[in-house]
Structure formats: structure tokens, C-alpha cells
Design a protein around this ligand. Structure first.
Ligand code: UDX
Length: 493
């Protein structure tokens, strides 16, 4: 992937963010990321001898120079959901994109290829063109391409190196085709050309929203079935396995859970609803709203199940929450289902001990945003501290260390959940303190990954020891054999 002739400049207005990217402690946790930004030299025996930053990778806050030096400019700014004004609550906020385009228009002194990397509404390229025409120096040529980002957090590096597809949308003109080929050649350094797809700008812009909405829809569909399973005695893991064997359905993204989270699914489905409403298609908007409704309902249902099993009163009881990130292998908490579950537990009067290997205490307090209940939240340094004196334990993120060893149904059926990462997970290091599983209690499983010791947890909890597994990562039979009462998603035990 390394092309010594190519210079890559990452420009951002935020000095603290650029400083963090320049430092040894990168601002985000992502397995394999450190290796991407590091140039590892080997000695004559092929052993790594010297590590330094990739010499062609530069981080800067000098946006003007970065624009001038570049032939291709990727716009990668945030497009969060608008919080006020027209479209508040569902339309994307385009102000960062607009200011990036204006910066290009005002500073460019040569022709540029501008690539939309951010998730943008369909026909955004039209608005970019209008801004450039009105503000750039006359005589300059700008080609606009759409190249949406499909990588998922936690597997971002793997998704980057081995993508299912790279999508390039371009204007239907000779100049558009040349620009698209230039971008294709960039990717072709590591992606087989048959995986690089060319479409119109509008299909490419819509494809990102469409893909995320369809993925979110699968999770809400299986989650709606999980409720039927709990009421009937069927098992959602078996249902997902059987359905997934039908190649037209496929096995991925069918893992029932406490609900999906993350910065993309919720926002992108909302964007699609907004688009449908603006196109006067209320039935379409309502259909996609239903996907989000099931997702909130699944979170509430999980919290209500905890309350119900604990005799409808949580006052003064302690619940250990294992995992706060929206999925494993990331410290990201945006739209995490843990937020609303913890909020419900707190408002029922519970004390909540929270342990997550990657999320900082400050982030947890900020997300829960219930200052009046802060003395009811205890941030734990490891699983055992969280479990001490707890009446129940709720697993809200599928971190490997929370699995009970043999992943139950997955192992029996080899279900490919779409969760599994082939990227080696480095030993997780807490950003806050020495918050990791104490080595004496750590168990290793067949896959060599550290696991919590459930036998030790059993000595720490109050009886009856409830385990609410929001990610179906424990083997209920195994834990029941150890004296736990297990409540899994989509399984009536
Ligand atoms: C998603 C898309 O997968 C990616 O292509 C796009 O570029 C960005 O949005 P991401 O949000 O990082 O990526 O994670 P993803 O792995 O898709 O998971 C999203 C949420 O769904 C997580 O909360 C995850 O726990 C949940 N999930 C995923 C399930 O509940 N069940 C599943 O089977 C898969």
C-alpha cells in the first residue's frame, strides 16, 4: 500500500486533534491503526529494528497550504444530525462541509479533484459545484467525485485493506471519467481493480445511506424476532443461523442484540427519512422510522426485563454494566445502547458499576448526562470490581473478555455474525488508569484471547446472581451450571 512518491497530508482546524495524531497516543483506538501510521524498518535478520512515522504522511493545521499542495482533496468532515432549524432531528448538518468547500474555493490556485468522503445527502455535489463556481478563481477546473466510506469501527483497518468494494461516483463527462480513473489508480495500489465500481454521482451518494439503512434494517428485523422467540421458547440464535444459511439472506448482520448503536446507522436512517419526507414520500419515511423505533424499543425492553426480574424494584440495588462502547474494539460511545439502558437503571434508583476497557470515565458521565445521579455511578477498573456486591450483571458490549469461553451457538453452528474480527486485538489498555482484567483472574480461551473468570465473579455477586446478556456472548447452560440465572436476548431459558 505504501507508495513513496505519494504525499498524504491530513489537515484539520483543530490543533489538539492534529497534535494527538502526531503524538504516540493516537486520538482513536482502532486495531491495526498504529501499524498504518508507523514505518517499521527491519534489520538484516528481518527483525523489526526501528520504528518511525511514515515519511510521506503529514499532519497539519495549515489548511491553506494543504489545499495548495494537493491534486486530490478528500473532504472527510463530520455531517452530524441537525439539532435546530429546518429539518432538526433528522437532516444532516452541512455547515462543516460547506466551510471545507469554501476553504478550497478561496485558496486553490490550481485545478483539483474534490472527493466527497463524508456521508452526504444525495445531490450534494450540485451544492459543491455552485459554491465553487461562485467563489473560486476563474479559469480553475474542479472535478467532483463521490467516494463513500464503508469501513466499520473496530475493523476499520481490515476494511480499508481488504474492502468488499470501493465506489467511485463521477460526472458523466470526459473530465469526470478522467478524474474517476485517477482515483481508481490510487486505490489500485492495494485493491483489485474488479472491486472498484464506477457509477453516477447520485447513485454513489445514495448508496452509502442505502447500504447502512439496509444493514440497520436487518438488525431491527432480527431484534423484532427476538421478542417473539422469548415469548414462544424459540431461540433467536438458531433462527438467525437457519435464516442465514439461505444464501439469499446470508449470515452477516443478523446477530440479535440490545440494539444497534454507532455514529452511522441512526444518523443515516434519519437522513433517509428526511430525504423521503422532502420528496413527499411519507410512507417511505414511515417505513424507515419503524427501523429506528424497533431499535429504541429493543433497548427499553432489555432494561425493563432487568427491572421485572429483580422484582420490579431496583432501589438501592447494584447492577454491574459490562461494556459501554457501542460495539467491541472501539472506545466510541455515540448512540451506544448502553446510554439509555444505564439511564433507565439510574432512574429506577439503582447503583450502576460500569466497566469498559476503552471508554474513559469522563465520556461515560458525559453520555449518561444525569448529574443528579452521579453518586449512583461507579466506574470500575475491571470486571471483578464491577461485580463486587452486584445483584445483577448486564453485558452491553460484546468485548471478547466477557465471553464465557466457548461462544455458545456460534461455536455449534459456526455462525458468521459479521462481528468477528480477523485483526489481532492488542492487549486492551485503559485510557483512564490500569483498568484491565487482573492477570491472576484472566483465563485464556482456545482463540488465545483473555476471558474473565466467571467462577471468581460467582464469589463476588449477591444471590440470585442474574446475568443479562445483551449480546449473546455467554453460554447460558455453562453459566447456569455455575449457579448464575441467565437472561439472554431472544432465548427463553
Ligand atoms: C457501519 C457500517 O457497517 C459501515 O459499513 C459504515 O461505513 C458505517 O456504519 P459501524 O457503525 O462502525 O459501521 O459498525 P457495525 O459493525 O456495522 O455495527 C453497528 C451496530 O450494530 C453496533 O452497535 C453493533 O453492535 C450492532 N450489530 C451489528 C448488531 O447488533 N448485530 C449485528 O449482527 C451486527
Amino acid at each position: 500500500m505504501h507508495n513513496p512518491k505519494l504525499k498524504v497530508i491530513v489537515a484539520d482546524l483543530s490543533e489538539s486533534r492534529i497534535d494527538a495524531w502526531r503524538s504516540d497516543a493516537l486520538p482513536i483506538y482502532e486495531p491495526g491503526l498504529q501499524d498504518i501510521v508507523t514505518d517499521i524498518r527491519h534489520d538484516e535478520n528481518e527483525t523489526p529494528s526501528k520504528e518511525s512515522r511514515q515519511s510521506n504522511l503529514h499532519f497539519t493545521t495549515n489548511v491553506k497550504d494543504a489545499i495548495n499542495e494537493s491534486d486530490i482533496i478528500f473532504i472527510c468532515v463530520n455531517t452530524p444530525t441537525k439539532m435546530k432549524g429546518s429539518g432538526a432531528g433528522s437532516a444532516p448538518n452541512m455547515r462543516y462541509l460547506e466551510s471545507a468547500v469554501l476553504a478550497i474555493a478561496e485558496n486553490a490556485t490550481s485545478d483539483k479533484i474534490i472527493v466527497e468522503k463524508s456521508t452526504v445527502p444525495v445531490r450534494t455535489a450540485d451544492s459543491i459545484r455552485t459554491l465553487l463556481d461562485a467563489n473560486a478563481r476563474p479559469g480553475l477546473k474542479f472535478d467532483i467525485l463521490s467516494n463513500p466510506e464503508f469501513l466499520a469501527e473496530g475493523t476499520a483497518v481490515r476494511d480499508l485493506l481488504y474492502p468488499d468494494r470501493v465506489l467511485i461516483g463521477s460526472e458523466s463527462s470526459p473530465s469526470g471519467a478522467t478524474a474517476a480513473l485517477t482515483l481508481e489508480n490510487l486505490y489500485a495500489a492495494w485493491v483489485p481493480r474488479e472491486r472498484i465500481i464506477h457509477t453516477s454521482l447520485w447513485s454513489s451518494e445514495l448508496a452509502k445511506l442505502a447500504s447502512n439503512a439496509l444493514l440497520a434494517q436487518r438488525i431491527s428485523s432480527i431484534n423484532s424476532l427476538s421478542a417473539i422467540c422469548e415469548a414462544t421458547g424459540a431461540n433467536v440464535q438458531e433462527i438467525a443461523h437457519i435464516a442465514g444459511l439461505d444464501q439469499r439472506i446470508g449470515a452477516k448482520m443478523l446477530k440479535s442484540s440490545v440494539g444497534f448503536g454507532g455514529s452511522c446507522f441512526h444518523k443515516d436512517v434519519l437522513n433517509l427519512c428526511y430525504l423521503a419526507e422532502s420528496l413527499h414520500l411519507p410512507e417511505v419515511a414511515e417505513y424507515w422510522h419503524g427501523i429506528l423505533k424497533i431499535n429504541s424499543w429493543q433497548r427499553e425492553r432489555f432494561a425493563r426485563r432487568i427491572i421485572h426480574k429483580l422484582n420490579n424494584t431496583l432501589t438501592g440495588k447494584t447492577i454491574a454494566v459490562l461494556g459501554f462502547a457501542y460495539k467491541k474494539d472501539t472506545g466510541d460511545t455515540r448512540e451506544s445502547p448502553a446510554i439509555s439502558v444505564v439511564q433507565t437503571l439510574l432512574s429506577e434508583g439503582a447503583y450502576v458499576n460500569i466497566y469498559d476497557p476503552q471508554v474513559t470515565p469522563a465520556k461515560i458521565y458525559e453520555e449518561v448526562a444525569m448529574p443528579a445521579y452521579h453518586d449512583h455511578i461507579r466506574i470500575s477498573a475491571n470486571v471483578y470490581e464491577a461485580a463486587t456486591g452486584a445483584h445483577a450483571l448486564a453485558i452491553l458490549t460484546e468485548w471478547d473478555e466477557f465471553c464465557s469461553g466457548d461462544a455458545p451457538t456460534e461455536k455449534r453452528h459456526s455462525v458468521d455474525s459479521g462481528f468477528a474480527s480477523n485483526v489481532a486485538t492488542p492487549a486492551t489498555k485503559s485510557p483512564a488508569s490500569s483498568r484491565s482484567v487482573s492477570p491472576s483472574s484472566q483465563k485464556s480461551s482456545e482463540d488465545g484471547k483473555a476471558r474473565m473468570d466467571w467462577a471468581e465473579v460467582a464469589t463476588l455477586m449477591k444471590r440470585p446472581m442474574y446475568v443479562f446478556d445483551g449480546r449473546n456472548v455467554v453460554d447460558p447452560a455453562k453459566l447456569q451450571g455455575m449457579g448464575f440465572s441467565v437472561e439472554s436476548i431472544g432465548q427463553a431459558l
